[in-house]
Design a protein around this ligand. Sequence first.
Ligand SMILES: C[S@@+](CC[C@H](N)C(=O)[O-])C[C@H]1O[C@@H](n2cnc3c(N)ncnc32)[C@H](O)[C@@H]1O
Length: 194
Amino acid sequence: VIWRQIAQEAAGWLADEEGEALRRHALSAPDGPLAEIGGYAGKSACWIGSAAQERGTIMFSIDWHRGSPEMAPGEDCHQPEMVGPDGFDTLPHFRRNIHNAGLEGVVIPVVGSSHVVGRHWHTPLAFLFIDGAHDDQGVLTDYELWAPLVLPGGILAFHDATIPGIASTVDRAAHDNFEHIEQAGCLQILRRVR
Ligand SMILES: C[S@@+](CC[C@H](N)C(=O)[O-])C[C@H]1O[C@@H](n2cnc3c(N)ncnc32)[C@H](O)[C@@H]1O
């Protein structure tokens, strides 16, 4: 299938095994829209969006598309092809990949700060993947703003959960309303139990 090839070839840091795990949990989540924080070039959006398409639901992808501090020139995660005429901008890459994957209309980009959007977001979510800000406070703020919108029985996944600041937010989730259900690569996957 075309979306799978686009997912595998898109720029990003998500391993295929992690993408497969996201897709599997997105397929078995309760009814309702799916979402991710951190879209970058659309890699995870292809994996999760393919599940949304199969289920007849939609997926929101929240990202300001201006990158993170670790993506600045000279930093570890800098990818020069993401610099365009207006500076660092992953939105054209995201749109091209989602279009080529046949997922336009299913994957809805929401372009803005997840912290600003999150303060105005009220739509419940069946599935949420957090892969935006990677600093301690940024991840915690995403969790505090967005996790309350996850439906009972819904899925909450974190990428790069080996980073201590992210691991501590995963622990916090496991002490709040969520239980661990799977680890895949650097992914931690939890389910809302109450
Ligand atoms: C690691 S990348 C996401 C990778 C993507 N999930 C994938 O699998 O390809 C992190 C993204 O989060 C975005 N980001 C970081 N902090 C953000 C914030 N506070 N609000 C919105 N987007 C943010 C960056 O622009 C970047 O595209």
